[in-house]
Each structure stands twice: as C-alpha cells, then as structure tokens.
Design a protein around this ligand. Structure first.
Ligand code: KG4
Ligand code: ZN
Length: 346
C-alpha cells in the first residue's frame, strides 16, 4: 500500500458521553470536527448513565458522520483510513464507535487504526502548534484521568504520574455538583475562578510537597464536603442562578486555586526532575481560562516552552484522535478487524 503524506482520515470518538467525528487531511488540516455533547441527556440523573450514553451514540453517530463528510465536501471514496478510540472509556460507548469503525474499514477496504483516547489528548497541540517537540512532558487533565506522561517520541512514552484516586476533572465536577451546579462542573468553577481571587479560603493541596509525581484529589473533595456541611448557607436561590455563583464564587475560586496549585507544582517539579523544557497541557479541564493563565505565567517564570490547545480542542474531540492516528498511519501501525475495546487505560 502507498502511504501518502496527505492521506485523509475519518476518526470517531465515542469514549464517554460525547459523540465526535473528524476528517483530517495529513497531520493537521481539520476538514471537519463535529461533536455532539450528551450532557443534557444525563442531567436529570446527576451523572452519565452508561447504557443511555451507548444508546445515544448509536442514535446519532451516522448522522454526525454524514455531517462531517458534507462539511469536508467529501464522500466515502475520499477516505484513506479509519481511526477510532478503542480505550479507555465506558465499554458500551466504546463498542458503538469501534463497531462502526470496523464496518467502515471493512466496506471501504482501508486501514483501521485504534487509538488510546488519553494518548490522543496531547495531539490537540499538534493540530494547533505543529510538530510535537520531543522530549516533552504532557499533563493530561481529562474528566477521568490526570496523568503526567514523559514522551520521547511518538508511541514512545511512559506515564510518570497519575491520580491515585479521583482525577482533577472528576473532583471539580463533583464539588460543583455538591454546590448545586449542573454538569459539567468545570466551566462553572472556572467562571468563579475568573471572577474571584481564589485566596479567600485555604483548602488542602494534597501531596503538594511529596517528591513522587502522583496526584490525589479525593481528600480535597472530602474537605469541600465537610466545608459545605459546616457552612451556614441558607440561600434559597436556584441552581446556576447568578446569585448562587455570587454566593459560592469565593469558595469555588479558592477550591480551584488548590487544584491549580497542585497541578502546576507537580507538573513543573516533574519537568525539572526529568530535565524537560517542553510541557504540553491538554484534556477537558485545560479549557479553563484560569488554568491556562496559571500555566502561562509559570512557564514564563521558569523559561519552559508551553504548548496549550484552544478550548474546543481541549475537551473530547475526534480531531485529536485522528491526528494521533495520522502519525500511526505514516508509521504503518495498522490494526485488523479483531481490534477490541477496553474500559481501562491498562
Ligand atoms: O477531556 P474531557 O472532555 O473528557 C474526558 O476525556 O474525560 O474532560 C471533561 C472534563 C470535565 O471535568 C469538565 O468539567 C471539564 O473537562 N471541562 C472544563 C471546561 N470544559 C470542560 N473545565 C474547565 N473549564 C472548561 N471550560
Ligand atoms: Zn478525553
């Protein structure tokens, strides 16, 4: 098979509660990148209901594929390979994307490329900034994972730090929910953090001074629950109302400052320990304006080169998945139709 540098990939991401389809030419030219978020589908249950998520993916995925082709002004004959995230995530959700991807690769007789969704997050930076600058330290702050990855090359990386309990994004979502805000919690907490200084309360910063590169956020979550229980709030304002954010704003801003301090401290410590001058940040929580400002300031202070994607490429999207797949395509790292889906990272 002739490997072309400007090959066109169609990528699918159905790992959790977003259905996303992208079409990418070469490694960086996004022809389309459509994502349907399911947050509203799960709101009344207070969290993502796995079976509901799978059914919704099944209901919409073909329409989104058709939309992505239309936006790219292509039909299936223009597609050179099919990419899909096959782990980690909700198994039922992953199986929808994987089955559609296999059917397409089989019908179109083109290569199938399975991608680790978490490994794909940092590739949002390739879409935005160009070639990955190795060696590099990736901080991935997604809803389900908080990871520090030391990457020496494409497909050559080691996870050097991870959360031993809740991911930072999960902690932020749960604390926002505790304070009566609807899903996803990140944007609400970020809004509070942009409005208030974040030094009104002193909440815990777990494992801040431990030498190891792991994170822990469940203690902070419990501290917030205790604080909430003890607080004298008698507010009757409705959830998500401007009043509520005014009232809880300083608390949420201080809470988020703890999360940010831990992420910054751990990331720059790890970069120093491994002698790395390139840092990338990615994942849904990276869409936070406050987090971005904090990373920009610390990188400038430390003289480290920072790669940070725009918000729409921080949250789950199939363009980053297809971008990683484009690198695998060039290296002829293909999968076959026995490709399986896995809920866990390893
Ligand atoms: O990467 P992602 O979209 O999904 C996973 O791979 O898990 O990350 C979802 C996380 C959630 O915790 C959500 O609250 C957070 O990203 N998030 C944000 C923003 N948008 C999504 N956090 C802060 N500011 C945002 N604008
Ligand atoms: Zn993700």
């Amino acid at each position: 098979m002739l490997i072309q540098m400007s090959a066109i990939g169609l990528g699918l991401d159905t790992t959790f509660d977003d259905t996303s389809v992208a079409i990418l030419r070469g490694k960086r030219e996004i022809l389309s990148n459509l994502t349907l978020s399911q947050y509203k589908e799960h709101e009344e249950f207070g969290g993502v209901v796995p079976e509901r998520a799978s059914r919704k993916h099944l209901e919409v995925i073909h329409h989104i594929i058709a939309g992505a082709l239309k936006e790219a002004d292509l039909d299936f004959s223009g597609i050179d390979y099919i990419a899909v995230s096959n782990y980690p995530g909700l198994l039922g959700s992953l199986l929808v994307g994987l089955t559609v991807a296999k059917s397409l690769a089989y019908t179109l007789q083109c290569p199938l490329i399975g991608v680790n969704h978490v490994e794909a997050h940092p590739y949002a930076n390739v879409l935005e900034h160009g070639k990955m600058q190795f060696p590099i330290l990736h901080l991935v702050v997604a809803g389900g994972h908080t990871l520090l990855i030391h990457a020496r090359g494409h497909f050559d990386y080691k996870i050097i730090g991870r959360s031993v309990d809740d991911a930072a994004g999960e902690c932020v979502d749960k604390v926002a929910k505790m304070f009566g805000h609807s899903m996803p919690g990140g944007p609400v907490v970020d809004r509070a953090a942009m409005e208030f200084p974040g030094d009104e309360y002193d909440f815990p910063r777990p494992l801040l001074h431990k030498k190891a590169h792991n994170f822990s956020f469940s203690g902070l979550k419990t501290a917030m629950l205790r604080f909430k229980e003890k607080s004298q709030s008698t507010s009757s304002s409705s959830f998500d109302s401007p009043d509520r954010l005014q009232e809880d704003g300083p608390v949420l801003a201080s809470f988020f400052q703890s999360v940010i301090d831990v992420l910054i401290h751990k990331t720059f410590n790890a970069a120093e320990a491994y002698g790395l001058n390139n840092i990338s940040v990615s994942g849904g929580l990276a869409a936070s304006r406050k987090l971005r400002l904090a990373f920009e300031a610390e990188s400038a202070r430390k003289g480290v080169k920072l790669f940070y994607p725009p918000p729409n490429l921080c949250t789950d999207n199939a363009a980053m998945v297809t971008c990683l797949a484009a690198h695998r395509y060039e290296a002829e790292l293909f999968d076959d139709l026995t490709l399986d889906a896995f809920a866990n990272l390893n």
